[in-house]
Design a protein around this ligand. Structure first.
Ligand SMILES: [Zn+2]
Ligand SMILES: [Zn+2]
Length: 125
């Protein structure tokens, strides 16, 4: 029971105190589910940056197994969906782009025609 109440790095078993930069498992938040900065392989700067931007998630070995498997699957599914959407958008964009190119060409031609006229007019005046 005693060692459960002491925050410890799960890898090197260093005791985590206020002076030790370490992460606690975001899932179980167990006292033994900590990892010190050295074992994380992060620099103090990176650690502070991640802490302040709230982007940091770390899971202990046990939770990692539970968390990562379904998430990976979901990420892959999402990724496929995103790819589909990107492909659809690309198809739309390609179609749109060819129409836009024609339109821009027509407008530029018209614009150039007008400018040439104005220029001609200016010269004449
Ligand atoms: Zn450690
Ligand atoms: Zn955990």
């Amino acid at each position: 029971m005693a060692n459960v109440s002491i925050p410890q790095c799960e890898e090197c078993t260093a005791v985590i105190t206020e002076n030790v930069s370490a992460l606690q498992c975001d899932r179980c938040e167990g006292e033994g589910a900590w990892k010190c900065l050295t074992c994380l392989g992060l620099s103090e700067d990176v650690y502070q940056e991640l802490i302040s931007s709230n982007k940091l998630k770390w899971f202990c070995q046990e939770c990692h197994k539970c968390v990562m498997t379904p998430t990976d699957h979901q990420v892959n599914n999402n990724f496929d969906t995103i790819l589909d959407e990107v492909n659809q958008l690309l198809a739309i964009f390609n179609d749109w782009e060819s129409r836009l190119t024609e339109r821009v060409r027509a407008e530029v031609t018209a614009q150039l025609g007008m400018e040439t006229q104005q220029w001609t007019t200016t010269v004449v005046i």
